[in-house]
Design a binder for this molecule. Sequence first.
Ligand code: NDP
Ligand code: GDP
Length: 333
Amino acid sequence: MPKAFITGITGQDGQHLAEFLHSKGYDVFGMVKGQNNPRMSALLEEMPFIEPVSGDLADLPSLVAALEFVQPDEIYNLGAISFVALSFTQPELTANVTGTGVLRMLEAIRMVGGTENNPMRFYQASSSEMFGKVRETPQTEQTPFHPRSPYGCAKVFGHDITVNYRESYGLYACSGILFNHEGPRRGLEFVTRKVTNAVARISLGLQHELVMGTLDAKRDWGYAGDYVKAMWMMLQQDEPSDFVIATGETHSVRDLVVRAFSEVGIDDWERYVRYDPKFMRPAEVDLLIGDPTKAREQLGWEPEVDFPTLISMMVQHDLALESAKAERARREA
Ligand code: NDP
Ligand code: GDP
Protein backbone atom coordinates (compact mmCIF):
# COMPACT_ATOMS: atom_id res chain seq x y z
CA MET A 1 0.00 0.00 0.00
CA PRO A 2 1.34 3.48 -0.79
CA LYS A 3 1.91 5.70 2.25
CA ALA A 4 0.82 9.34 2.50
CA PHE A 5 1.98 11.79 5.17
CA ILE A 6 -0.27 14.83 5.70
CA THR A 7 0.54 17.94 7.74
CA GLY A 8 -2.54 19.96 8.69
CA ILE A 9 -4.58 16.74 8.96
CA THR A 10 -7.02 18.33 11.44
CA GLY A 11 -7.84 21.19 9.05
CA GLN A 12 -10.56 21.30 6.41
CA ASP A 13 -8.41 19.99 3.56
CA GLY A 14 -6.54 17.46 5.70
CA GLN A 15 -9.83 15.77 6.56
CA HIS A 16 -11.03 15.66 2.95
CA LEU A 17 -7.66 14.46 1.71
CA ALA A 18 -7.37 11.75 4.38
CA GLU A 19 -10.80 10.40 3.38
CA PHE A 20 -9.94 10.53 -0.32
CA LEU A 21 -6.52 8.82 0.00
CA HIS A 22 -7.98 6.16 2.30
CA SER A 23 -10.61 5.40 -0.37
CA LYS A 24 -7.73 5.00 -2.85
CA GLY A 25 -6.05 2.38 -0.64
CA TYR A 26 -3.34 4.56 0.95
CA ASP A 27 -2.00 4.16 4.46
CA VAL A 28 -2.69 7.65 5.82
CA PHE A 29 -0.37 9.21 8.42
CA GLY A 30 -1.34 12.57 9.91
CA MET A 31 1.05 14.93 11.65
CA VAL A 32 -0.35 16.10 15.00
CA LYS A 33 0.87 19.21 16.73
CA GLY A 34 0.94 19.68 20.50
CA GLN A 35 0.81 17.19 23.32
CA ASN A 36 -2.95 16.65 23.60
CA ASN A 37 -4.55 18.00 20.46
CA PRO A 38 -8.37 18.10 20.88
CA ARG A 39 -9.06 18.41 17.14
CA MET A 40 -7.02 15.25 16.53
CA SER A 41 -8.91 13.30 19.18
CA ALA A 42 -12.21 14.29 17.52
CA LEU A 43 -10.88 13.44 14.07
CA LEU A 44 -9.68 9.98 15.13
CA GLU A 45 -13.20 9.16 16.29
CA GLU A 46 -14.50 9.98 12.82
CA MET A 47 -11.54 8.51 10.87
CA PRO A 48 -9.90 5.80 12.98
CA PHE A 49 -7.80 4.68 9.99
CA ILE A 50 -5.51 7.73 10.37
CA GLU A 51 -2.17 6.95 11.99
CA PRO A 52 -1.11 9.98 14.08
CA VAL A 53 2.54 11.06 14.13
CA SER A 54 3.79 13.83 16.39
CA GLY A 55 5.42 16.90 14.80
CA ASP A 56 5.36 20.64 14.25
CA LEU A 57 6.27 22.73 11.22
CA ALA A 58 8.24 25.03 13.53
CA ASP A 59 10.51 22.16 14.61
CA LEU A 60 12.87 20.56 12.08
CA PRO A 61 13.95 17.58 14.22
CA SER A 62 10.32 16.55 14.61
CA LEU A 63 9.82 16.62 10.83
CA VAL A 64 12.94 14.55 10.21
CA ALA A 65 11.86 12.01 12.84
CA ALA A 66 8.35 11.83 11.35
CA LEU A 67 9.65 11.15 7.84
CA GLU A 68 12.17 8.58 9.10
CA PHE A 69 9.40 6.78 10.92
CA VAL A 70 6.74 6.88 8.18
CA GLN A 71 8.92 6.61 5.05
CA PRO A 72 6.02 8.05 3.00
CA ASP A 73 5.67 7.88 -0.78
CA GLU A 74 3.79 11.18 -0.80
CA ILE A 75 3.89 14.21 1.51
CA TYR A 76 1.09 16.77 1.54
CA ASN A 77 2.09 19.96 3.35
CA LEU A 78 -1.26 21.47 4.33
CA GLY A 79 -0.28 22.71 7.79
CA ALA A 80 -0.26 26.50 8.15
CA ILE A 81 -1.53 29.52 9.99
CA SER A 82 -4.14 29.85 7.25
CA PHE A 83 -6.39 32.75 8.28
CA VAL A 84 -5.45 36.06 6.63
CA ALA A 85 -6.90 38.18 9.47
CA LEU A 86 -4.85 36.30 12.09
CA SER A 87 -1.71 36.76 10.01
CA PHE A 88 -1.97 40.55 10.52
CA THR A 89 -2.00 40.18 14.32
CA GLN A 90 0.51 37.27 14.49
CA PRO A 91 2.78 37.98 11.52
CA GLU A 92 5.95 36.44 12.92
CA LEU A 93 4.22 33.17 13.81
CA THR A 94 2.70 33.13 10.33
CA ALA A 95 6.09 33.66 8.67
CA ASN A 96 7.58 30.88 10.79
CA VAL A 97 4.89 28.24 10.27
CA THR A 98 3.35 29.10 6.88
CA GLY A 99 6.62 30.27 5.28
CA THR A 100 9.74 28.83 6.93
CA GLY A 101 7.79 25.65 7.78
CA VAL A 102 7.89 24.77 4.08
CA LEU A 103 11.67 25.16 4.01
CA ARG A 104 11.95 22.85 7.04
CA MET A 105 9.77 20.23 5.36
CA LEU A 106 11.88 20.41 2.19
CA GLU A 107 15.09 20.10 4.24
CA ALA A 108 13.64 17.08 6.05
CA ILE A 109 12.94 15.49 2.66
CA ARG A 110 16.53 16.18 1.55
CA MET A 111 17.80 14.48 4.72
CA VAL A 112 15.48 11.46 4.69
CA GLY A 113 14.33 11.61 1.11
CA GLY A 114 13.45 8.09 -0.10
CA THR A 115 15.48 6.40 -2.84
CA GLU A 116 16.61 7.71 -6.23
CA ASN A 117 14.12 5.42 -7.97
CA ASN A 118 11.38 6.14 -5.48
CA PRO A 119 11.82 9.68 -4.08
CA MET A 120 9.30 11.09 -1.63
CA ARG A 121 6.91 13.28 -3.61
CA PHE A 122 5.99 16.65 -2.10
CA TYR A 123 2.84 18.75 -2.42
CA GLN A 124 2.87 22.36 -1.18
CA ALA A 125 -0.42 24.13 -0.42
CA SER A 126 0.13 27.44 -2.24
CA SER A 127 -2.64 30.01 -2.35
CA SER A 128 -4.38 32.51 -4.63
CA GLU A 129 -3.66 35.05 -1.85
CA MET A 130 -0.17 35.23 -3.42
CA PHE A 131 -1.76 37.18 -6.34
CA GLY A 132 -3.18 39.74 -3.89
CA LYS A 133 -3.40 43.06 -5.72
CA VAL A 134 -3.82 41.24 -8.99
CA ARG A 135 -1.65 42.13 -11.97
CA GLU A 136 -3.95 40.39 -14.48
CA THR A 137 -7.38 38.79 -14.64
CA PRO A 138 -7.96 35.87 -14.64
CA GLN A 139 -4.88 34.67 -12.74
CA THR A 140 -2.77 31.84 -14.20
CA GLU A 141 0.45 30.02 -13.23
CA GLN A 142 2.34 32.89 -14.96
CA THR A 143 0.66 35.82 -13.17
CA PRO A 144 3.19 37.72 -10.99
CA PHE A 145 2.63 37.69 -7.24
CA HIS A 146 1.71 40.79 -5.20
CA PRO A 147 0.69 39.54 -1.75
CA ARG A 148 -1.39 41.81 0.50
CA SER A 149 -0.99 40.17 3.92
CA PRO A 150 1.66 38.46 6.06
CA TYR A 151 -0.14 35.22 5.12
CA GLY A 152 0.22 35.99 1.40
CA CYS A 153 3.91 36.90 1.86
CA ALA A 154 4.60 33.66 3.76
CA LYS A 155 2.85 31.64 1.03
CA VAL A 156 4.98 33.34 -1.65
CA PHE A 157 8.10 32.25 0.22
CA GLY A 158 6.73 28.69 0.56
CA HIS A 159 5.91 28.62 -3.14
CA ASP A 160 9.24 30.02 -4.31
CA ILE A 161 11.31 27.78 -2.04
CA THR A 162 9.42 24.74 -3.34
CA VAL A 163 10.28 25.72 -6.93
CA ASN A 164 13.86 26.41 -5.85
CA TYR A 165 14.33 23.00 -4.21
CA ARG A 166 12.84 21.30 -7.27
CA GLU A 167 15.28 23.15 -9.53
CA SER A 168 18.29 22.90 -7.20
CA TYR A 169 18.03 19.35 -5.89
CA GLY A 170 15.72 17.63 -8.37
CA LEU A 171 13.02 16.98 -5.75
CA TYR A 172 9.63 15.86 -7.02
CA ALA A 173 7.95 18.95 -5.55
CA CYS A 174 4.72 20.60 -6.74
CA SER A 175 2.72 23.61 -5.64
CA GLY A 176 -1.02 23.76 -6.11
CA ILE A 177 -2.10 27.39 -6.32
CA LEU A 178 -5.53 26.80 -4.88
CA PHE A 179 -8.23 29.46 -4.92
CA ASN A 180 -10.62 29.64 -1.94
CA HIS A 181 -12.36 26.34 -1.33
CA GLU A 182 -15.02 25.71 1.22
CA GLY A 183 -17.50 23.20 2.58
CA PRO A 184 -19.16 22.12 5.82
CA ARG A 185 -15.74 21.44 7.37
CA ARG A 186 -14.53 25.02 6.82
CA GLY A 187 -13.56 26.86 10.03
CA LEU A 188 -16.17 29.31 11.36
CA GLU A 189 -13.66 32.19 11.08
CA PHE A 190 -13.76 32.13 7.25
CA VAL A 191 -16.42 34.20 5.55
CA THR A 192 -18.42 31.45 3.81
CA ARG A 193 -18.89 29.34 6.93
CA LYS A 194 -19.40 32.40 9.13
CA VAL A 195 -22.27 33.43 6.84
CA THR A 196 -23.87 29.99 6.35
CA ASN A 197 -23.72 29.27 10.08
CA ALA A 198 -25.17 32.67 11.02
CA VAL A 199 -27.95 32.34 8.43
CA ALA A 200 -28.85 28.89 9.79
CA ARG A 201 -28.93 30.24 13.36
CA ILE A 202 -30.97 33.32 12.34
CA SER A 203 -33.55 31.15 10.58
CA LEU A 204 -33.79 28.93 13.69
CA GLY A 205 -34.24 32.00 15.94
CA LEU A 206 -30.91 31.39 17.71
CA GLN A 207 -29.15 34.57 16.50
CA HIS A 208 -30.41 38.00 15.45
CA GLU A 209 -27.77 39.57 13.26
CA LEU A 210 -24.74 38.89 11.08
CA VAL A 211 -21.87 41.33 11.62
CA MET A 212 -19.59 41.70 8.60
CA GLY A 213 -16.69 43.57 7.03
CA THR A 214 -16.63 44.38 3.31
CA LEU A 215 -19.31 42.90 1.08
CA ASP A 216 -17.53 44.05 -2.09
CA ALA A 217 -14.53 41.67 -2.19
CA LYS A 218 -14.79 38.95 -4.82
CA ARG A 219 -13.53 35.39 -4.61
CA ASP A 220 -13.40 32.31 -6.83
CA TRP A 221 -15.02 29.85 -4.41
CA GLY A 222 -14.96 26.09 -5.03
CA TYR A 223 -15.66 22.93 -3.02
CA ALA A 224 -12.85 21.46 -0.89
CA GLY A 225 -13.80 17.87 -1.80
CA ASP A 226 -13.05 18.64 -5.47
CA TYR A 227 -9.80 20.46 -4.70
CA VAL A 228 -8.07 17.70 -2.71
CA LYS A 229 -8.40 15.41 -5.75
CA ALA A 230 -6.29 17.89 -7.71
CA MET A 231 -3.56 17.69 -5.03
CA TRP A 232 -3.33 13.94 -5.49
CA MET A 233 -3.44 14.20 -9.30
CA MET A 234 -0.42 16.56 -9.24
CA LEU A 235 1.68 13.92 -7.50
CA GLN A 236 0.79 11.22 -10.07
CA GLN A 237 2.39 13.00 -13.06
CA ASP A 238 5.70 11.99 -14.71
CA GLU A 239 7.20 15.43 -14.03
CA PRO A 240 6.48 17.79 -11.11
CA SER A 241 4.84 21.11 -11.95
CA ASP A 242 2.67 23.87 -10.44
CA PHE A 243 -1.05 24.26 -11.15
CA VAL A 244 -3.79 26.83 -10.58
CA ILE A 245 -6.87 25.11 -9.14
CA ALA A 246 -10.01 27.25 -9.43
CA THR A 247 -13.55 27.26 -10.83
CA GLY A 248 -13.03 30.21 -13.21
CA GLU A 249 -16.03 32.06 -11.71
CA THR A 250 -16.03 34.88 -9.19
CA HIS A 251 -18.69 36.07 -6.71
CA SER A 252 -18.80 38.95 -4.25
CA VAL A 253 -19.22 38.48 -0.50
CA ARG A 254 -22.62 40.20 -1.07
CA ASP A 255 -23.62 37.43 -3.56
CA LEU A 256 -22.66 34.88 -0.92
CA VAL A 257 -24.81 36.59 1.74
CA VAL A 258 -27.82 36.97 -0.59
CA ARG A 259 -27.65 33.33 -1.70
CA ALA A 260 -27.26 31.98 1.82
CA PHE A 261 -30.28 33.95 3.10
CA SER A 262 -32.38 32.93 0.10
CA GLU A 263 -31.62 29.26 0.93
CA VAL A 264 -33.71 29.72 4.13
CA GLY A 265 -36.40 31.80 2.38
CA ILE A 266 -35.24 35.26 3.60
CA ASP A 267 -35.20 37.92 0.84
CA ASP A 268 -34.88 41.06 2.99
CA TRP A 269 -31.38 40.04 4.15
CA GLU A 270 -30.28 43.65 4.75
CA ARG A 271 -32.43 43.71 7.91
CA TYR A 272 -30.08 41.20 9.50
CA VAL A 273 -26.64 42.34 8.29
CA ARG A 274 -24.61 44.98 10.13
CA TYR A 275 -21.23 46.42 9.16
CA ASP A 276 -18.38 46.54 11.70
CA PRO A 277 -15.00 47.99 10.67
CA LYS A 278 -13.25 45.53 12.99
CA PHE A 279 -13.66 42.93 10.22
CA MET A 280 -11.81 45.14 7.69
CA ARG A 281 -8.17 44.28 6.93
CA PRO A 282 -5.22 46.71 6.73
CA ALA A 283 -4.89 45.76 3.04
CA GLU A 284 -7.59 43.89 1.10
CA VAL A 285 -7.57 41.48 -1.85
CA ASP A 286 -10.42 42.88 -3.95
CA LEU A 287 -10.78 40.36 -6.75
CA LEU A 288 -9.65 36.80 -7.36
CA ILE A 289 -10.60 34.64 -10.32
CA GLY A 290 -8.46 31.74 -11.48
CA ASP A 291 -7.91 30.17 -14.87
CA PRO A 292 -7.68 26.38 -14.36
CA THR A 293 -6.92 25.56 -18.03
CA LYS A 294 -3.55 23.91 -17.30
CA ALA A 295 -5.09 21.64 -14.65
CA ARG A 296 -7.94 20.72 -16.98
CA GLU A 297 -5.64 19.94 -19.90
CA GLN A 298 -2.73 18.24 -18.09
CA LEU A 299 -4.42 16.63 -15.08
CA GLY A 300 -7.92 16.13 -16.48
CA TRP A 301 -9.20 17.94 -13.35
CA GLU A 302 -12.63 19.63 -13.33
CA PRO A 303 -14.58 21.07 -10.38
CA GLU A 304 -17.88 19.23 -9.86
CA VAL A 305 -19.69 21.41 -7.30
CA ASP A 306 -20.81 24.89 -8.44
CA PHE A 307 -21.29 27.97 -6.25
CA PRO A 308 -25.08 27.68 -5.63
CA THR A 309 -24.73 23.97 -4.76
CA LEU A 310 -21.81 24.73 -2.43
CA ILE A 311 -23.69 27.41 -0.48
CA SER A 312 -26.82 25.29 -0.31
CA MET A 313 -24.78 22.31 0.99
CA MET A 314 -23.20 24.50 3.70
CA VAL A 315 -26.46 26.15 4.82
CA GLN A 316 -28.27 22.79 4.99
CA HIS A 317 -25.38 21.30 6.98
CA ASP A 318 -25.43 24.22 9.43
CA LEU A 319 -29.22 24.03 9.81
CA ALA A 320 -28.93 20.35 10.81
CA LEU A 321 -25.95 21.03 13.09
CA GLU A 322 -27.45 24.02 14.88
CA SER A 323 -30.88 22.48 15.36
CA ALA A 324 -29.29 19.31 16.80
CA LYS A 325 -27.22 21.48 19.18
CA ALA A 326 -30.29 23.48 20.25
CA GLU A 327 -32.28 20.28 20.79
CA ARG A 328 -29.48 18.82 22.94
CA ALA A 329 -29.31 22.03 25.02
CA ARG A 330 -33.12 21.92 25.52
CA ARG A 331 -32.98 18.31 26.72
CA GLU A 332 -30.10 19.02 29.12
CA ALA A 333 -31.76 22.16 30.57
P1 NDP B 1 -7.09 24.97 8.14
O1 NDP B 1 -6.89 26.29 8.79
O2 NDP B 1 -8.43 24.32 8.22
O3 NDP B 1 -6.02 23.93 8.75
C1 NDP B 1 -4.72 24.32 9.07
C2 NDP B 1 -3.98 23.14 9.65
O4 NDP B 1 -2.63 23.53 9.94
C3 NDP B 1 -4.56 22.59 10.96
O5 NDP B 1 -4.59 21.19 10.89
C4 NDP B 1 -3.55 23.04 12.01
O6 NDP B 1 -3.43 22.14 13.10
C5 NDP B 1 -2.26 23.00 11.19
N1 NDP B 1 -1.17 23.74 11.80
C6 NDP B 1 -1.20 24.97 12.33
N2 NDP B 1 0.00 25.30 12.84
C7 NDP B 1 0.83 24.23 12.65
C8 NDP B 1 2.16 23.94 12.98
N3 NDP B 1 2.92 24.81 13.63
N4 NDP B 1 2.66 22.74 12.62
C9 NDP B 1 1.89 21.84 11.97
N5 NDP B 1 0.61 22.05 11.64
C10 NDP B 1 0.07 23.23 11.98
O7 NDP B 1 -6.64 25.12 6.61
P2 NDP B 1 -7.25 24.44 5.29
O8 NDP B 1 -7.42 23.00 5.51
O9 NDP B 1 -8.38 25.28 4.80
O10 NDP B 1 -6.05 24.69 4.25
C11 NDP B 1 -5.00 23.74 4.08
C12 NDP B 1 -3.81 24.44 3.47
O11 NDP B 1 -4.15 25.00 2.21
C13 NDP B 1 -3.25 25.59 4.32
O12 NDP B 1 -1.86 25.62 4.14
C14 NDP B 1 -3.88 26.82 3.68
O13 NDP B 1 -3.11 27.96 3.93
C15 NDP B 1 -3.88 26.40 2.21
N6 NDP B 1 -4.88 27.02 1.38
C16 NDP B 1 -6.20 26.93 1.74
C17 NDP B 1 -7.19 27.50 0.94
C18 NDP B 1 -8.63 27.38 1.30
O14 NDP B 1 -9.45 28.06 0.68
N7 NDP B 1 -9.02 26.50 2.24
C19 NDP B 1 -6.84 28.21 -0.31
C20 NDP B 1 -5.42 28.14 -0.63
C21 NDP B 1 -4.50 27.58 0.19
P3 NDP B 1 -4.19 22.36 14.51
O15 NDP B 1 -5.59 21.90 14.28
O16 NDP B 1 -3.47 21.45 15.45
O17 NDP B 1 -4.07 23.80 14.83
P1 GDP C 1 -9.46 34.88 2.41
O1 GDP C 1 -9.81 35.11 0.99
O2 GDP C 1 -8.43 33.82 2.61
O3 GDP C 1 -9.13 36.11 3.16
O4 GDP C 1 -10.79 34.20 3.06
P2 GDP C 1 -11.90 34.75 4.08
O5 GDP C 1 -13.03 33.80 3.99
O6 GDP C 1 -11.33 35.00 5.42
O7 GDP C 1 -12.32 36.17 3.51
C1 GDP C 1 -12.85 36.33 2.20
C2 GDP C 1 -13.26 37.79 1.99
O8 GDP C 1 -14.39 38.09 2.81
C3 GDP C 1 -12.18 38.80 2.35
O9 GDP C 1 -12.15 39.80 1.35
C4 GDP C 1 -12.69 39.41 3.66
O10 GDP C 1 -12.25 40.75 3.91
C5 GDP C 1 -14.18 39.37 3.40
N1 GDP C 1 -14.99 39.48 4.63
C6 GDP C 1 -15.96 40.39 4.88
N2 GDP C 1 -16.45 40.25 6.11
C7 GDP C 1 -15.78 39.21 6.66
C8 GDP C 1 -15.86 38.59 7.96
O11 GDP C 1 -16.64 38.95 8.81
N3 GDP C 1 -15.02 37.54 8.17
C9 GDP C 1 -14.13 37.09 7.21
N4 GDP C 1 -13.35 36.04 7.45
N5 GDP C 1 -14.03 37.70 6.00
C10 GDP C 1 -14.85 38.73 5.73
